[in-house]
Design a protein around this ligand. Structure first.
Ligand code: F6P
Length: 503
């Protein structure tokens, strides 16, 4: 990625004459979604002009790297290969292909054996899948299972242990039957403190309950096979997540095994097919109709030309309640960067913060801030229009979503000043007739390609996360300092702890 391109692009953005007053209609379709961009500060012709500029500056070749052998994760000198996981041909770049084909066969065999229950030699059928993992090792898989419950095996209940919260631990222990439970220890690094602590606690509990058969209930999903073997996992129960699959992009890998078992093969393949359809959209669509690229441009225009710092994601669907937490990691861990490929600090804005909630709950919570606050916040509204046993409820929910986008854009004049709403609040509307494996696969992949595009446009790496790695080291040192008095407690922390003793 040439930084000259990125810098010029940012300078270019500042020359734009942007305004909310246009009335141009601008809607694009994918297989499963209608995506409306009419209520934005850039109209279709401006976005088209920007796209042409990007085409003239090598953006298409940069984007194409995702679908070939690459080192797009340039700070860690790693490939980025998540798109190959949902390609039915699944031919990986040559260096990884043999290993990946073997891994895929191992996962396929495991899933086939699982569905021929009883899976364990205990004779009991597996009824509980417990995932121990955090961040990308939990969020994506949990989102899919939660959103697609109606497509999942009704005899399987999924449980999650993420942080080391005693209440979460006790809740899980109350709900699972160890004989009927498989435990997936999902950690690409197998060094994540929370995951290792949860694993040890659960393993001890299983050993107390099951004795020597406990170990056969544990599955490791990691890039650190050696450590998994050292911890005693059976080789046939260790599944690999390649280095080239980033944590926040890993639900398509072995990290998604609990999701795959819950969905069953037909729905799982439909999820992959939806993501692959979006891959092809991103790969082949002209930039002026390329939704992930256009959404990336819009975020950067808002951040660089209108000093916007955040974007809201508001699904009008309870089944998408975990989408925003997933996107917070995908977007903020990918684009929360400030150093470009040359190692210099960028002189422009990169990724926005993401927050949100479920509509209409959010209407009765923070939408006031959108209407009359002093900040500008673009919003992604997501609505599912027609797959309910209660069409009257569906229609009200859908109309509320449409009404919010309209009211925020048009504003409301008249009355006292404190009663008026400025309007000019931009939004993208995502509409689909069904929330199913295909439409969800498309939606998740859409945001993955958006964050990659923002990385290209800003010359930053969307695939590393050195910031949080630093945070992880701090928490290990802090624990030592608090526990054993080993190491140094900064004055502020020490003062807090002293105050705590006075309660
Ligand atoms: O938050 C940092 C991070 O490394 C994420 O990128 C990752 O998804 C999460 O922690 C868990 O890491 P691991 O899968 O290695 O346990």
């Amino acid at each position: 990625m040439s930084i000259i391109f990125a810098t010029n692009f940012q300078e270019f953005l500042k020359t734009l004459n942007i305004n909310p007053d246009h009335q141009e209609l601008f809607t694009l379709n994918t297989d499963q979604w209608v995506i409306d961009l009419s209520r934005h500060y850039l109209n279709q012709s401006q976005l088209s002009y920007l796209s042409t500029w990007l085409e003239q500056h090598d953006f298409i070749n940069q984007k194409a790297q995702l679908f070939t052998d690459n080192t797009l994760n340039f700070t860690e000198q790693r490939a980025v290969n998540h798109v190959f996981l949902r390609d039915s041909n699944q031919v990986f770049p040559s260096a990884q292909n043999a290993a990946m084909q073997a891994e895929i066969a191992k996962q396929n065999d495991f899933c086939q054996r699982f569905h021929k229950q009883p899976f364990m030699n205990t004779g009991k059928k597996i009824r509980h899948l417990l995932t121990i993992g955090i961040g990308g090792s939990h969020l994506g898989s949990n989102l899919v299972i939660d959103a697609l419950q109606e497509f999942c095996d009704k005899h399987l209940t999924n449980h999650y242990l993420t942080g080391t919260d005693p209440y979460q631990l006790n809740d899980v222990l109350k709900q699972i039957d160890p004989e009927a439970t498989l435990v997936f220890v999902a950690s690409k690094s197998f060094t994540t403190q929370e995951t290792l602590w949860n694993y040890q606690k659960i393993k001890t509990w299983f050993e107390q309950k099951l004795g020597s058969t406990a170990n056969s209930h544990f599955i490791a999903i990691t890039n650190n096979q050696v450590k998994a073997l050292c911890l005693g996992f059976l080789d046939e129960h260790i599944f690999s997540v390649p280095e080239s699959i980033g944590g926040r992009f890993s639900l398509w890998s072995a990290i998604g095994l609990p999701m795959r078992l819950s969905l069953g093969e037909t729905h799982y393949q439909a999820l992959l097919a939806g993501a692959h359809a979006m891959d092809m959209h991103f790969k082949d669509r002209p930039l002026a109709q390329n939704i992930p690229v256009l959404l990336a441009i819009l975020d950067l225009v808002y951040g660089n030309c209108l000093h916007v710092q955040q974007r809201a994601v508001i699904p009008y669907s309870q089944r998408l309640r975990l989408l925003t937490p997933h996107l917070q990691q995908v977007e903020m861990e990918s684009n929360g960067k400030s150093v470009d490929q040359t190692g210099l600090s960028v002189t422009y804005q990169t990724g926005l913060a993401v927050f949100g909630g479920i509509g209409p709950n959010s209407q009765h919570s923070f939408h006031q801030w959108f209407y009359q606050g002093t900040f500008l916040t673009p919003i992604d509204f997501i609505a599912i229009t027609g797959d309910s046993q209660h069409p009257d409820f569906e229609q009200l929910l859908f109309s509320q979503c449409l009404a919010q986008a309209k009211a925020l854009w048009e504003g409301q004049k008249g009355g006292e000043s404190y009663q008026m709403t400025q309007g000019g609040k931009p939004s993208t509307m995502f509409l689909s007739k069904n929330l199913n494996p295909r439409s969800l696969g498309e939606l998740i992949a859409l945001y993955e390609h958006k964050v990659f595009s923002i990385g290209l446009l800003t010359g930053t790496n969307a695939f590393d996360q050195f910031g949080v790695e630093a945070g992880k080291k701090q928490s290990i040192a802090m624990l030592a300092a608090i526990n054993e008095g080993a190491g140094y407690l900064d004055p502020i922390t020490q003062h807090m702890l002293n105050q705590l003793t006075t309660l």
